[in-house]
Design a protein around this ligand. Structure first.
Ligand SMILES: NC(=O)c1ccc[n+]([C@@H]2O[C@H](COP(=O)([O-])OP(=O)(O)OC[C@H]3O[C@@H](n4cnc5c(N)ncnc54)[C@H](O)[C@@H]3O)[C@@H](O)[C@H]2O)c1
Length: 332
Protein backbone atom coordinates (compact mmCIF):
# COMPACT_ATOMS: atom_id res chain seq x y z
CA UNK A 1 0.00 0.00 0.00
CA UNK A 2 1.22 3.50 -0.82
CA UNK A 3 0.16 6.75 0.82
CA UNK A 4 1.30 10.12 -0.50
CA UNK A 5 2.06 13.17 1.63
CA UNK A 6 1.95 16.55 -0.09
CA UNK A 7 4.47 19.17 1.05
CA UNK A 8 5.30 22.71 -0.03
CA UNK A 9 8.28 21.35 -1.96
CA UNK A 10 6.51 18.43 -3.64
CA UNK A 11 5.73 15.44 -1.49
CA UNK A 12 6.76 11.89 -0.75
CA UNK A 13 5.41 8.37 -0.76
CA UNK A 14 5.00 6.13 2.25
CA UNK A 15 5.16 2.44 1.34
CA UNK A 16 3.59 0.06 3.86
CA UNK A 17 4.03 -3.66 3.31
CA UNK A 18 5.36 -6.74 5.06
CA UNK A 19 8.83 -7.68 3.89
CA UNK A 20 9.64 -4.26 2.37
CA UNK A 21 13.07 -4.12 3.96
CA UNK A 22 14.30 -6.70 1.49
CA UNK A 23 13.13 -4.52 -1.43
CA UNK A 24 14.42 -1.12 -0.32
CA UNK A 25 16.75 -0.95 -3.31
CA UNK A 26 13.91 -1.29 -5.81
CA UNK A 27 11.78 1.38 -4.11
CA UNK A 28 14.43 3.97 -3.24
CA UNK A 29 17.27 5.34 -5.40
CA UNK A 30 20.14 3.78 -3.46
CA UNK A 31 22.49 3.52 -6.41
CA UNK A 32 24.94 6.00 -4.88
CA UNK A 33 26.83 6.76 -1.65
CA UNK A 34 24.38 6.22 1.20
CA UNK A 35 24.83 6.84 4.90
CA UNK A 36 22.82 4.08 6.58
CA UNK A 37 22.22 5.25 10.14
CA UNK A 38 20.99 2.93 12.88
CA UNK A 39 21.45 2.37 16.62
CA UNK A 40 22.78 -0.58 18.59
CA UNK A 41 19.35 -1.47 19.99
CA UNK A 42 17.90 -2.06 16.52
CA UNK A 43 18.61 -5.63 15.33
CA UNK A 44 21.74 -5.25 13.17
CA UNK A 45 20.20 -7.34 10.38
CA UNK A 46 17.76 -4.52 9.44
CA UNK A 47 20.37 -1.88 8.59
CA UNK A 48 22.61 -4.56 7.06
CA UNK A 49 19.76 -5.60 4.74
CA UNK A 50 19.35 -2.00 3.59
CA UNK A 51 23.10 -1.41 3.26
CA UNK A 52 23.37 -4.52 1.09
CA UNK A 53 21.06 -2.84 -1.42
CA UNK A 54 23.09 0.39 -1.68
CA UNK A 55 25.81 0.85 -4.30
CA UNK A 56 28.21 2.44 -1.82
CA UNK A 57 26.97 2.17 1.77
CA UNK A 58 28.54 3.72 4.86
CA UNK A 59 26.94 2.04 7.85
CA UNK A 60 26.99 4.05 11.09
CA UNK A 61 25.63 2.62 14.36
CA UNK A 62 25.12 5.05 17.24
CA UNK A 63 24.38 4.04 20.85
CA UNK A 64 20.65 3.55 21.43
CA UNK A 65 18.74 6.14 23.38
CA UNK A 66 17.96 9.82 23.52
CA UNK A 67 21.65 10.63 24.26
CA UNK A 68 22.45 10.08 20.58
CA UNK A 69 20.28 13.06 19.62
CA UNK A 70 23.20 15.38 20.38
CA UNK A 71 25.25 18.04 18.62
CA UNK A 72 28.37 15.95 19.28
CA UNK A 73 26.89 12.95 17.44
CA UNK A 74 25.58 15.23 14.66
CA UNK A 75 29.08 16.67 14.12
CA UNK A 76 30.78 13.29 14.31
CA UNK A 77 28.54 11.80 11.62
CA UNK A 78 28.82 14.83 9.33
CA UNK A 79 32.61 14.44 9.60
CA UNK A 80 32.32 10.76 8.67
CA UNK A 81 30.33 11.75 5.57
CA UNK A 82 32.94 14.34 4.60
CA UNK A 83 35.78 11.84 5.04
CA UNK A 84 33.88 9.28 2.97
CA UNK A 85 33.55 11.81 0.14
CA UNK A 86 29.77 12.33 0.24
CA UNK A 87 28.52 14.90 -2.27
CA UNK A 88 25.22 16.75 -2.62
CA UNK A 89 23.81 13.97 -4.76
CA UNK A 90 24.31 11.29 -2.10
CA UNK A 91 21.76 10.28 0.54
CA UNK A 92 21.02 9.41 4.16
CA UNK A 93 18.76 6.50 5.19
CA UNK A 94 17.64 6.12 8.81
CA UNK A 95 16.86 2.56 9.93
CA UNK A 96 15.52 2.72 13.48
CA UNK A 97 13.11 4.44 15.81
CA UNK A 98 12.42 8.12 16.34
CA UNK A 99 15.89 8.76 17.74
CA UNK A 100 17.65 7.60 14.58
CA UNK A 101 15.01 9.27 12.37
CA UNK A 102 15.28 12.65 14.10
CA UNK A 103 19.10 12.56 14.04
CA UNK A 104 19.37 11.21 10.50
CA UNK A 105 16.91 13.75 9.14
CA UNK A 106 18.79 16.63 10.74
CA UNK A 107 22.12 15.37 9.38
CA UNK A 108 20.61 15.07 5.88
CA UNK A 109 19.17 18.58 6.12
CA UNK A 110 22.55 20.09 6.99
CA UNK A 111 25.12 18.20 4.92
CA UNK A 112 26.06 20.47 2.00
CA UNK A 113 22.80 22.35 2.60
CA UNK A 114 20.73 19.21 2.24
CA UNK A 115 20.97 15.74 0.72
CA UNK A 116 18.12 13.28 0.12
CA UNK A 117 16.70 11.70 3.26
CA UNK A 118 14.81 8.39 3.45
CA UNK A 119 13.27 6.99 6.60
CA UNK A 120 12.80 3.31 7.39
CA UNK A 121 11.15 3.42 10.83
CA UNK A 122 11.39 0.29 12.98
CA UNK A 123 9.39 1.15 16.13
CA UNK A 124 5.61 1.44 16.15
CA UNK A 125 5.89 5.04 17.38
CA UNK A 126 8.16 6.00 14.50
CA UNK A 127 6.03 4.10 11.97
CA UNK A 128 2.78 5.83 12.91
CA UNK A 129 4.10 9.20 13.96
CA UNK A 130 7.67 10.50 13.84
CA UNK A 131 8.65 9.24 10.39
CA UNK A 132 6.25 11.58 8.64
CA UNK A 133 5.85 15.29 9.05
CA UNK A 134 9.46 16.27 8.50
CA UNK A 135 10.43 17.30 12.02
CA UNK A 136 14.12 16.67 12.69
CA UNK A 137 16.07 17.55 15.82
CA UNK A 138 18.78 16.98 18.38
CA UNK A 139 18.69 17.94 22.04
CA UNK A 140 20.77 20.72 23.58
CA UNK A 141 21.42 21.80 27.16
CA UNK A 142 18.91 19.30 28.51
CA UNK A 143 16.17 20.67 26.25
CA UNK A 144 14.54 18.08 24.01
CA UNK A 145 14.47 18.84 20.28
CA UNK A 146 16.04 22.24 20.92
CA UNK A 147 17.95 22.36 17.62
CA UNK A 148 16.47 21.09 14.38
CA UNK A 149 14.42 21.95 11.34
CA UNK A 150 11.56 20.86 9.13
CA UNK A 151 13.06 18.63 6.46
CA UNK A 152 10.61 16.18 4.85
CA UNK A 153 11.94 12.80 3.80
CA UNK A 154 12.01 11.87 0.11
CA UNK A 155 10.41 8.55 0.95
CA UNK A 156 9.35 6.35 3.87
CA UNK A 157 9.36 2.54 3.94
CA UNK A 158 7.30 0.85 6.63
CA UNK A 159 7.79 -2.87 7.10
CA UNK A 160 5.43 -4.08 9.85
CA UNK A 161 7.48 -7.32 10.11
CA UNK A 162 10.26 -5.49 11.98
CA UNK A 163 7.88 -4.99 14.91
CA UNK A 164 8.29 -8.70 15.69
CA UNK A 165 11.51 -7.91 17.56
CA UNK A 166 10.21 -4.82 19.34
CA UNK A 167 9.57 -5.34 23.10
CA UNK A 168 5.84 -5.34 24.00
CA UNK A 169 6.24 -2.22 26.15
CA UNK A 170 7.54 -0.30 23.10
CA UNK A 171 4.57 -1.58 21.05
CA UNK A 172 2.23 -0.30 23.77
CA UNK A 173 3.98 3.08 23.77
CA UNK A 174 3.39 3.35 20.01
CA UNK A 175 -0.25 2.35 20.49
CA UNK A 176 -0.71 5.41 22.71
CA UNK A 177 -0.04 7.66 19.70
CA UNK A 178 -2.40 5.54 17.58
CA UNK A 179 -5.13 5.88 20.22
CA UNK A 180 -4.48 9.64 20.36
CA UNK A 181 -5.08 9.99 16.62
CA UNK A 182 -8.24 7.88 16.70
CA UNK A 183 -9.58 9.76 19.72
CA UNK A 184 -9.19 13.16 18.08
CA UNK A 185 -10.05 12.41 14.46
CA UNK A 186 -11.66 9.07 13.78
CA UNK A 187 -14.45 7.54 15.90
CA UNK A 188 -14.86 4.41 13.71
CA UNK A 189 -11.11 3.77 13.99
CA UNK A 190 -11.37 4.14 17.79
CA UNK A 191 -14.20 1.59 17.79
CA UNK A 192 -12.11 -0.78 15.69
CA UNK A 193 -9.30 -0.48 18.24
CA UNK A 194 -11.81 -1.26 20.98
CA UNK A 195 -12.95 -4.33 19.06
CA UNK A 196 -9.36 -5.32 18.28
CA UNK A 197 -10.58 -6.03 14.78
CA UNK A 198 -7.71 -4.58 12.72
CA UNK A 199 -4.41 -6.31 11.95
CA UNK A 200 -1.30 -4.25 12.73
CA UNK A 201 -0.56 -3.15 9.12
CA UNK A 202 -4.10 -1.73 8.91
CA UNK A 203 -3.68 0.03 12.26
CA UNK A 204 -0.44 1.61 11.03
CA UNK A 205 -1.98 2.67 7.72
CA UNK A 206 -5.03 4.24 9.34
CA UNK A 207 -3.02 6.17 11.95
CA UNK A 208 -0.60 7.35 9.28
CA UNK A 209 -3.42 8.55 7.08
CA UNK A 210 -4.60 10.79 9.91
CA UNK A 211 -1.14 12.16 10.59
CA UNK A 212 -0.56 12.72 6.86
CA UNK A 213 -3.78 14.72 6.58
CA UNK A 214 -2.83 16.86 9.56
CA UNK A 215 0.72 17.63 8.45
CA UNK A 216 -0.44 18.39 4.92
CA UNK A 217 -2.84 20.97 6.32
CA UNK A 218 -0.22 22.46 8.61
CA UNK A 219 3.30 21.56 7.56
CA UNK A 220 5.12 23.91 9.95
CA UNK A 221 2.92 23.40 13.02
CA UNK A 222 1.24 26.77 13.19
CA UNK A 223 -2.33 25.53 13.71
CA UNK A 224 -4.09 22.20 13.21
CA UNK A 225 -0.94 20.16 13.82
CA UNK A 226 -1.04 21.22 17.48
CA UNK A 227 -3.93 18.78 17.86
CA UNK A 228 -1.31 16.05 17.72
CA UNK A 229 -0.28 17.38 21.13
CA UNK A 230 -3.39 15.85 22.72
CA UNK A 231 -2.12 14.33 25.98
CA UNK A 232 1.34 15.81 25.48
CA UNK A 233 1.09 18.85 27.75
CA UNK A 234 0.62 16.76 30.90
CA UNK A 235 2.56 13.92 29.27
CA UNK A 236 5.71 16.06 29.06
CA UNK A 237 5.30 16.95 32.74
CA UNK A 238 5.07 13.24 33.61
CA UNK A 239 8.00 12.44 31.32
CA UNK A 240 10.18 14.98 33.13
CA UNK A 241 9.74 12.91 36.32
CA UNK A 242 11.45 9.95 34.55
CA UNK A 243 10.76 6.22 34.53
CA UNK A 244 8.07 6.00 31.83
CA UNK A 245 8.25 5.85 28.05
CA UNK A 246 7.00 8.84 26.07
CA UNK A 247 3.91 6.98 24.82
CA UNK A 248 3.02 5.86 28.34
CA UNK A 249 3.23 9.48 29.50
CA UNK A 250 1.03 10.61 26.60
CA UNK A 251 -1.53 7.94 27.50
CA UNK A 252 -1.68 9.16 31.09
CA UNK A 253 -1.68 12.77 29.86
CA UNK A 254 -4.84 12.22 27.82
CA UNK A 255 -6.88 11.12 30.84
CA UNK A 256 -7.53 14.52 32.41
CA UNK A 257 -8.05 16.07 28.97
CA UNK A 258 -11.33 14.44 28.06
CA UNK A 259 -14.91 14.00 29.21
CA UNK A 260 -15.52 11.21 31.77
CA UNK A 261 -17.23 8.96 29.20
CA UNK A 262 -14.23 9.25 26.87
CA UNK A 263 -11.88 8.59 29.80
CA UNK A 264 -13.63 5.32 30.54
CA UNK A 265 -13.19 4.17 26.98
CA UNK A 266 -9.54 5.23 26.97
CA UNK A 267 -8.89 3.28 30.18
CA UNK A 268 -10.42 0.15 28.68
CA UNK A 269 -8.18 0.55 25.62
CA UNK A 270 -5.09 1.08 27.80
CA UNK A 271 -5.86 -2.14 29.67
CA UNK A 272 -6.27 -3.96 26.36
CA UNK A 273 -3.03 -2.65 24.84
CA UNK A 274 -0.77 -2.79 27.92
CA UNK A 275 -0.63 0.91 28.77
CA UNK A 276 -0.68 2.30 32.33
CA UNK A 277 -4.17 3.05 33.63
CA UNK A 278 -3.13 5.02 36.71
CA UNK A 279 -0.49 7.59 37.56
CA UNK A 280 1.27 6.76 40.80
CA UNK A 281 3.91 9.51 40.70
CA UNK A 282 4.03 12.97 42.23
CA UNK A 283 1.11 14.96 40.74
CA UNK A 284 2.35 18.23 42.26
CA UNK A 285 5.69 17.81 40.52
CA UNK A 286 3.89 17.32 37.20
CA UNK A 287 1.81 20.45 37.76
CA UNK A 288 4.96 22.37 38.71
CA UNK A 289 6.62 21.25 35.46
CA UNK A 290 3.52 22.40 33.55
CA UNK A 291 3.72 25.89 35.01
CA UNK A 292 6.97 26.24 33.05
CA UNK A 293 5.44 24.74 29.91
CA UNK A 294 5.85 26.76 26.75
CA UNK A 295 2.12 26.55 26.09
CA UNK A 296 1.39 28.62 29.18
CA UNK A 297 0.07 32.00 28.08
CA UNK A 298 -0.28 34.29 31.09
CA UNK A 299 -2.20 32.34 33.72
CA UNK A 300 -4.09 30.32 31.09
CA UNK A 301 -3.19 27.01 29.54
CA UNK A 302 -4.14 26.13 25.94
CA UNK A 303 -4.63 22.41 25.58
CA UNK A 304 -6.44 19.92 23.37
CA UNK A 305 -9.63 18.53 24.93
CA UNK A 306 -11.81 15.65 23.70
CA UNK A 307 -15.47 15.89 24.63
CA UNK A 308 -16.57 13.21 22.16
CA UNK A 309 -14.42 10.48 20.60
CA UNK A 310 -13.39 11.48 17.08
CA UNK A 311 -13.41 15.22 17.73
CA UNK A 312 -11.41 17.81 19.63
CA UNK A 313 -11.44 21.40 20.83
CA UNK A 314 -8.72 23.76 21.95
CA UNK A 315 -9.45 24.55 25.57
CA UNK A 316 -8.10 27.66 27.23
CA UNK A 317 -8.42 27.57 30.99
CA UNK A 318 -6.79 29.06 34.08
CA UNK A 319 -3.97 26.98 35.48
CA UNK A 320 -5.75 26.47 38.81
CA UNK A 321 -8.89 25.04 37.14
CA UNK A 322 -6.76 22.78 34.99
CA UNK A 323 -4.62 21.67 37.96
CA UNK A 324 -7.70 20.85 40.03
CA UNK A 325 -8.96 18.51 37.26
CA UNK A 326 -5.54 16.84 36.95
CA UNK A 327 -5.45 16.21 40.73
CA UNK A 328 -9.00 14.87 40.71
CA UNK A 329 -8.50 12.51 37.76
CA UNK A 330 -5.23 11.07 39.07
CA UNK A 331 -6.67 10.65 42.59
CA UNK A 332 -9.63 8.61 41.33
N1 LIG B 1 10.01 13.91 14.52
C1 LIG B 1 8.84 13.76 15.09
O1 LIG B 1 7.81 14.21 14.59
C2 LIG B 1 8.76 12.98 16.37
C3 LIG B 1 7.50 12.62 16.88
C4 LIG B 1 7.46 11.84 18.04
C5 LIG B 1 8.65 11.46 18.65
N2 LIG B 1 9.84 11.86 18.12
C6 LIG B 1 11.12 11.45 18.75
O2 LIG B 1 11.21 10.04 18.64
C7 LIG B 1 12.05 9.57 19.67
C8 LIG B 1 11.40 8.34 20.27
O3 LIG B 1 11.27 7.39 19.26
P1 LIG B 1 11.02 5.86 19.60
O4 LIG B 1 9.93 5.72 20.55
O5 LIG B 1 10.93 5.19 18.29
O6 LIG B 1 12.33 5.45 20.42
P2 LIG B 1 13.78 4.96 20.01
O7 LIG B 1 14.19 5.43 18.68
O8 LIG B 1 14.67 5.30 21.16
O9 LIG B 1 13.59 3.38 19.95
C9 LIG B 1 13.23 2.68 21.12
C10 LIG B 1 14.16 1.49 21.36
O10 LIG B 1 13.77 0.44 20.48
C11 LIG B 1 14.92 -0.07 19.81
N3 LIG B 1 14.43 -0.58 18.53
C12 LIG B 1 14.07 0.14 17.45
N4 LIG B 1 13.50 -0.66 16.52
C13 LIG B 1 13.52 -1.91 17.02
C14 LIG B 1 13.05 -3.16 16.55
N5 LIG B 1 12.39 -3.27 15.39
N6 LIG B 1 13.24 -4.26 17.33
C15 LIG B 1 13.84 -4.15 18.56
N7 LIG B 1 14.27 -2.98 19.06
C16 LIG B 1 14.11 -1.87 18.31
C17 LIG B 1 15.87 1.09 19.75
O11 LIG B 1 17.20 0.64 19.63
C18 LIG B 1 15.62 1.77 21.09
O12 LIG B 1 16.39 1.14 22.09
C19 LIG B 1 12.23 10.69 20.66
O13 LIG B 1 13.52 11.22 20.52
C20 LIG B 1 11.19 11.72 20.22
O14 LIG B 1 11.61 13.04 20.49
C21 LIG B 1 9.91 12.59 17.00
Amino acid sequence: MIQHVKTATGGYDIHIESGLLAHAGSLLPLNRRVLVLTDDGVPAAYAAAVAAQCKSPVLVTVPMGEGSKSIARFEEILSRMLQAGFTRTDAVVAVGGGVVGDLGGFIASAYMRGVDFYNIPTTLLSQVDSSIGGKTAVNLGGIKNCVGCFYPPKGVLIDPDVLATLPPRQIAAGMAEVIKMAATFDAPFFEALEAGSLPMPAVIARALAIKARVVEADEKESGLRRVLNFGHTIGHGIESCGGLFHGECVALGMLPMCAPAVRERLLALYARYGLPTAFSGDVERVIEALSHDKKLDGACLRTVYVERVGSFAIKEEPLDVFSARVREVYAS
